[in-house]
Design a protein around this ligand. Sequence first.
Ligand code: G3I
Length: 343
Amino acid sequence: MTLLLATAFLALGVGAVESAPVSLRLAAAKHKMRIGTAVPVGALDDSPFTKLVATHFNVVEPENEMKIYGLTKGYREFDFTNADKIVAFAQKNKLEVRGHTLFWHLYPSQWLVQGNYNSSQLTEIAKHHVDTVLGHFKGKVREWDVLNEAFGNKGELVDSIWFNNPGIEASGNKYAYIEKMYRWAHEADPKARLYYNDFMCEMVNTKSDAMYAMAQDFIARKVPLHGIGFQCHFDMQFNQEVPLRSFQENLRRFKKIGMDIQITELDVRIPNNSSEMLQKQADLYHKVMKIAVAEGVSLVQLWGCTDKYSWVPRTFKDQGWALPWDDRYQPKPAVQAILDALK
Ligand code: G3I
């Protein structure tokens, strides 16, 4: 423990304060909250990265390695090498693994697109995928995003290979294809906790209303959906009273109907890394963590910990610096702000 705390002090870049719970995970544990980070397999060779993760977090989620394109090379051709490396790292360091994601309409594998499969073939592929992947990781992955980003901003189900192009065989209610995925996943690993994960649904809005309606329907019909992952890729626009209040209200309503609520991909992108901007960023991290504590969020997971591997600069022009540690592993004010919120 002394060694762990000493490492944490170093990683935080602060002077030693005796027995203060300086690692994020120790601070979060006081609130029965777990704290996680996305991990890209390439970062496992980077020892400052692995030290930071092993010190501050107790959950890791492969950033891309458990997506269909990360796990398959062709029809019935799986390659678990990269995902297994992350699981082995987690096990070595006694961290839990969150699986992401069995299904997502974006970034489909070429073999899947080019196969021109009909509905019945696609159904067989989807079920086989669930059985194979959950079978492989049984007992090693505690929770899964079964489906990612199935709703559009108007609350509609987005077009996808799984839903309607051509879609897996399904009939009945409008969430039928989603229901199938969750039932298969539960059958394949009855102990796994199953989540629906999405973005731009953090506030009460048309999209989160649609997700809420689906959750209510699944609860009523005993479809095994256990929780909701709110991604929380924020920018500074979110640091205002109205969105923050709506975020809190939204988490509360899902929790009230029995959904486990998780923040799954938190980052806060900013337009520069001036000290003023880093303080503003820290303030938003602080507020989000305070809300998470108040509403009983069971896991807060960052979409990475260091800017070195962040997806943000690759995606948003002129924005970046989104994570609590910079690209040289120096803690930003956000680290202390998160700890303060967890006091
Ligand atoms: O691995 C190749 C590399 O060989 C190649 O040289 C390079 C050239 O572009 O691409 C590399 O692959 C990239 C991969 O990330 C690994 O870095 C892909 O192009 C790129 O599309 C992929 O992006 C990921 C994206 O999901 C799509 O899968 C991001 O890293 C990842 O952060 C992002 O994560 C998503 C969540 O899954 C769902 N929620 C939103 C979140 C952010 O978009």
